[in-house]
Design a protein around this ligand. Sequence first.
Ligand code: ADP
Length: 474
Amino acid sequence: MDQQWNATYQNNIIPALRRLRKVQGVILGFHSVIDGIKRVKSDEIETILNANLDLKQSVQEKIYAMPTEIFSPADMMAGLLISIKSGKSYRMVIRDEVTFRWILETFGYDQLKLGGTSGCMANSLAPLDLQKILVYTNPLTQQLLELFGENDNLYVVSQVDENIQLRHPHKAWQHKGIEAIHWGFEFAQGTTIQLDKITLIAPRASRFYPCWNPVNEKLLLSPSFKKGVLHFINQFSHFIVSGYQLLSPNYPDGTTCIDYMLSTLSYLNELKVVRPTLKLHFECDTIPVDAIRYGIRKHVLPQMDSMGLNEVELDYFIKDMHGQTLNQLDQENSVEYYFGGLVELATKSGLERIHLHNFDYYICLTKRSQRTSPKRTRQAMMLSAVIAAQRAETGSVGNKTTFNSAKAISISEEGLAQMAALAKHISAPSNFMKTGIAECNDYNVIFLPTKIVSDPVSTVGLGDTISSIAFLSE
Ligand code: ADP
């Protein structure tokens, strides 16, 4: 089976790669940000705590009642210690500027990287020789824009007086400074923090993510971006939407995440009126806030042509649709469970295409009334799997996509086993194990066992890469 699928991969990625390079232009909105990576060690944390005993006292109280957002240095330190103690990654929004400055001065960063779904996708797609990639960035600071690649297919909207242009990010910055940063505080397994009465020891390596991004907390799109994209929309065929995780459920002025979600959607609608063929894809992220997920299901998905997500994100939506609580998200679920969830989510929201990427396999459902053939969808999925495997293996984002470099990476056996289970579950046609293609209700089902690198150099951002390549090269 492995050999047979290898041959199918080999014969199918080139047409998808050709299509990817012919895509007229893609817009990536609405989330690019600076990621600040900081490796923290026990002595650095203990020194900060021991230099300020009031802070230490307050942190010791707060680690037993975890704050949900960061309003003070003590909230931030408590979040970091809770993350260390549990070995789990936590994301917390910083709500207070003085605290943001305190973290910047006290910890700083070791390295700045481009982050945010749109930013990561831009740097991941640019080396693949797409014709034109326009990415949303706000604010246009030198520190953020210099993190984009050199590739000359990358653009941002730049406005000087009344003159709106598309320019390379490196040429479009308007001022200097760090106005938003999403930190990743990395700590090693065994990191030990001695407090007055207890000792905290990290059971495994993980990260703590405090985020400061007040400029984008309501996802109010910059006026020059809105004007520029409307002006140049005929140069673009695809729009990949993301970033709703930046919203808060409620704001002090009485507004809610739904208000701002609706305003981005009404803008996308304006674009569709001018450019009806523009294809919209929503890329999901882990969104722990119930109200935002609800808004996505109710308002965002019905307006999208396509959606991409991983198994944890799908599980959130399945639990929401079934009115269950989210306290058991770590468990692995069966392919039958995920498949049922995909069909339900696609049917309820009217999506024409939904693409799940999981470790050992991908499943894509496409509406049968659509003109895209399942074989074409499968080609696009294979291309995304090959590029993901190459990147996992080398850790680099090169543009040399040939099948040969991924030939030696084996097809996941677990993926093939899950495929057999799904075949039985949906009474798939007898050749399903060879083709991965079946039908269910109004949808084509395309199942792909993927190529898995056993000792990956890096897997950061692979999910976004998989979703965007598969969507664009279909
Ligand atoms: P991110 O949020 O970093 O984009 P996700 O968890 O959404 O990541 O997706 C990561 C995806 O990368 C997995 O679903 C899987 O398909 C792929 N992947 C992860 N590890 C490997 C690996 N070792 N070899 C090939 N593909 C991998």
